[in-house]
Design a protein around this ligand. Structure first.
Ligand code: PLP
Length: 389
């Protein structure tokens, strides 16, 4: 996408906020490649270095925080059922039906919901919209890096604040970090730790942040935790953007669906660059699958229980083996190998056809492991007993 594809109004706004013409080109790149570019920015270092992703060849794939199984049964049926109507852009009003399902589950108004193909695009887009060379991104360390990478790519300052002793976002230190924040990124449960930042802390952040800044709350893993969410803050018109994806508990990573909840003026700002093309035209099977899945509360709870059982079994095994595992509330946990670098342990597990997750630079001896099915975790424990003697 060329710079010209970013509207003149958006260009004026960006230049007014201190972006240079060269940075406009980079912004056009973020939106031109859409979710694909954003997802690439979020990939681990070995992927962006051009090394092929080894996960598809592993028998057990517990490295990328995907769900161990596909979409919920009603979602699969709805997606299959709509294919025959694929000749129409919109056979009924599938986008509207999806938004109505979000309204029912989250208690937000129609104009406070924007669907997207996953959450990578709106995450990068929020950084472009609310940060600038003079407005910092305030994030955590460690956390999901996409917001920080997008800000770095655009030349916006990045303040990455260490987590608290409980592995929550340190909201007081985040506010103290700079008076010039454009966007605060809160990931709860946090990737990679799986830990929760209490809603009371997020409320404190929203009440005490500098005027004009926005709090982006990424709840990608919230259904695995089953704890109170922050959608009520979006419904109440606060300075927040609450972000969800269907890539996790809903088992739809390859189908690309997600949504944000926010005040209409914040959504409109995020749409400014491309008229909201990514939000307006979503594939029918993905929309239908997401609509039927979102309201299936009993099936969601059953999947959460299944994950907890497999996680409990694996954590018991690790404890018996004397390994240090951090507390978690989601479908991932962190193992501190202490005497070994995490990349070496990842390589050791690969010899057993088990793909575990990577580490974060701040914690080089700690690996993230995604919770898979009970069979996956049984295979993980067996592999552990071979590679950790
Ligand atoms: N947010 C968090 C915390 C994630 O871990 C991920 C993916 O792993 C995403 C957002 C992006 O997911 P997607 O673009 O598949 O919705």
């Amino acid at each position: 996408m060329s710079v010209r594809a970013v509207s003149e109004e958006a260009q004026d706004d960006l230049l007014g906020r201190g972006y240079s013409r060269r940075q406009l080109g980079r912004i056009a790149t973020v939106f031109g490649m859409g979710a694909a570019a954003a997802a690439t920015m979020g990939r681990p270092a070995w992927a962006s270095a051009g090394v092929p992703d080894p996960a598809p060849t592993a028998k057990v794939r517990i490295g990328a925080n995907e769900c161990w199984t596909g979409p919920l049964a009603p979602g699969q049926a709805a997606a299959a059922g709509i294919i025959a109507m694929g000749n129409r852009y919109s056979p009924h009003d599938e986008r509207g039906d999806f938004i109505k399902a979000v309204m029912q589950v989250e208690g937000v108004a129609y104009d406070h919901v924007a669907p997207w193909p996953g959450s990578s695009d709106p995450l990068s887009r929020a950084v472009v919209t609310f940060c600038s060379p003079t407005k910092a991104l305030v994030t955590a360390d460690p956390t999901f890096e996409l917001a920080g990478r997008t800000a770095g790519w655009l030349g916006a300052p990045v303040k990455a604040i260490p987590l608290t002793a409980d592995y929550a976002h340190d909201v007081k230190a985040m506010v103290a970090a700079t008076p010039d924040a454009g966007l605060y990124y809160i990931c709860t449960p946090n990737n990679p730790t799986g830990t929760i930042t209490p809603v009371a802390d997020i409320e404190w952040l929203v009440a005490n942040k500098p005027a004009g800044s926005i709090v982006l709350i990424d709840e990608a893993y919230t259904h695995f935790a089953g704890v109170p969410t922050t959608s009520y803050m979006a419904a109440a018109g606060k300075d927040v953007i609450v972000m969800r994806t269907f890539s996790k508990i809903f088992g739809m990573a390859g189908m690309r669906m997600g949504y944000v909840m926010a005040r209409p003026d914040l959504i409109a700002k995020m749409m400014r660059y491309d008229g909201g093309m990514q939000s307006g035209a979503l594939p029918l099977p993905s929309l239908a699958c997401a609509t039927a899945s979102l309201t299936a509360a009993d099936l969601i709870a059953a999947r959460r229980a299944e994950m907890r059982e497999a996680r409990g079994m694996a954590l018991d095994h690790l404890k018996k083996r004397g390994l240090a595992v951090m507390p978690t509330n989601a479908n991932m946990f962190m193992i501190d190998w202490k005497s070994q670098p995490a990349w070496k342990m990842q390589a050791a597990f690969r010899t057993q056809s088990v793909e575990i997750g990577r580490s974060w630079p701040v914690w080089p001896t700690i690996s993230r492991v995604t919770v898979g099915s009970m069979d996956d975790m049984t295979a993980f424990c067996a592999a552990l007993d071979k590679v950790w003697v």
